[in-house]
Write a protein that binds this ligand. Structure first.
Ligand SMILES: C[N+](C)(C)CCCC[C@H](N)C(=O)O
Ligand SMILES: O=C(O)CCC(=O)C(=O)O
Ligand SMILES: [Fe+2]
Length: 408
């Protein structure tokens, strides 16, 4: 069965244009939108809707399962009221039509489902495949510097929600964002973080403060240079954000290195798709062992270096920490060699000087780093250097961003 509903839409559009006194330019937009040609076709195993040139295929069980009627769906909480387990797996609609920009299906037994075509377009697999879950601007040092991304300021940040929204937008796009003029205390750092979201307590504490006193086994608690890495790669779910605030530094060196891991990995994807594929498929273990009087920890996290959404191949998480990477013993020897070649290519990209953004963190400047994307490191230093900060969970930060209406 083939249905065209262009004819139906046109009179409705005319009515809309004469009824509301919208400006001409807006009217043409409405026309462009409403007159998007659409056809549907009932096939054996799916309903094909061609809306604006992209055919979308909808499984029949899916359509019944995604019924938006009140009996099936709570539109306030977006929760399903329907018992999916009770849908006949061979279900087909008895009747199908399109009216006023909606697809209307009548199911055996009489239940009617109505879906707006724009909702279907947005929620089809074909639509998702073409869309990034999170739009980002990938950067090397020049790209980031030329973008002149403004830092938020403590006063406005603490009092004005719009400032937090702008900050989060920059954070989502670039994977780093700064707040300036923060009082150089742990308490103020905590307050600034809590404007964004919840703090994640880990073995390092909730708010942590560290110097080069070797109080923990890790090299972070020394004066040594640290190569670019992501933190807590040995957690099954690495921390989503790292916050740093340098409260004091009387000495030399100690600059912070930032590298956009996705920029480097995208380069590998373009140059050598097979190497990229390997880094995205081969699971690697990271590990953290601490056994001192005060701290006993043994963490492991297993997963590929690059993590992609399977439906659109978009990257969402990179684990890269050569210090904390553990024994590779889950892949055959020929794959091991190929993995090292791929790892080397990624390392080469990550180490290109033009990809390195160096900043000196000074008291008052708080940095938020997307620990699923942007690597950090530091230059060796002399003298007393005191850093405080904390970790956040990615879910919580993204939730905060979505509540501001941002795409995340
Ligand atoms: C930030 N803080 C000093 C608390 C912890 C540092 C943890 C360092 C560890 N090698 C990792 O990369 O996860
Ligand atoms: O000391 C620094 O600047 C950063 C050290 C580090 O990598 C960390 O604490 O995670
Ligand atoms: Fe680190």
């Amino acid at each position: 069965m083939l249905g065209s509903f262009n004819r139906r839409l046109r009179p409705a559009l005319k009515q809309a244009q004469t009824l509301c006194g919208v400006p001409w330019r807006l009217q043409t937009q409405i026309r462009a939108c409403a007159a998007r040609p659409a056809t549907f076709q009932l096939l054996e195993d799916c309903l094909v809707v061609d809306y604006g040139g992209t055919p979308m295929r909808f499984n029949y069980v899916w359509l019944r399962d995604h019924c938006r009627s009140e009996a099936s769906f709570n539109s306030k909480t977006n929760q399903r009221n329907l018992d999916t387990g009770s849908i006949e797996l061979t279900i087909r609609p008895d009747n199908t039509s399109v009216q006023d920009g909606h697809l209307i299906l009548t199911w055996p037994g009489g239940h009617v489902s109505k879906y707006s075509l724009s909702w279907l377009a947005e929620n089809s697999y074909e639509g998702q495949k073409q869309n990034a879950v999170q739009p980002r601007i990938l950067w090397n040092s020049d790209i980031y510097k030329n973008a002149n991304v403004p830092s938020a300021k403590w006063d406005t940040f603490m009092s004005c929600d719009d400032e937090v929204k702008k900050f989060l937008q920059n954070y989502l796009l670039y994977g780093i964002a700064f707040v300036d003029d923060v009082p150089a205390t742990v308490e103020a750092t905590e307050e600034v973080t809590q404007r964004v979201s919840l703090i994640r307590e880990t073995t390092y504490g909730r708010m942590w403060c560290f110097t080069s006193d070797f109080s923990r086994g890790d090299t972070a608690y020394s004066q040594l240079a640290l190569d670019r890495h992501t933190d807590t790669s040995y957690f099954q779910e690495p921390c989503g954000i790292q916050v740093f605030h340098c409260l004091k530094h009387e000495g030399t060196g100690g600059r912070t290195l930032l590298v956009d891991g996705f920029y480097a990995a995208e380069k590998v994807r373009r140059q050598s798709p097979e190497n990229f594929e390997l880094l995205a498929r081969v699971p690697i273990r990271h590990e953290y062992i601490e056994n001192t009087d005060n701290h006993r920890n043994h963490m492991t996290g297993i997963g590929p270096l690059l993590n992609l959404y399977p439906w659109n191949n978009e990257m969402y998480l990179i684990r890269y920490n050569n210090y904390d990477r553990s024994v590779i013993n889950t892949i055959p020897h020929d794959l091991v060699q190929r993995w090292y070649v791929a790892h080397r290519e990624l390392t080469t990209e990550l180490r290109r000087p033009e990809n390195e953004l160096w900043v000196k963190l000074t008291p008052g400047k708080v940095i938020f780093i997307d620990n699923w994307r942007v690597m950090h490191g530091r230059e060796s230093f002399t003298g007393l250097r005191q850093l405080c900060g904390c970790y956040l969970t990615r879910d919580d930060v993204l939730s905060a961003a979505r509540c501001f209406g941002l795409r995340a």
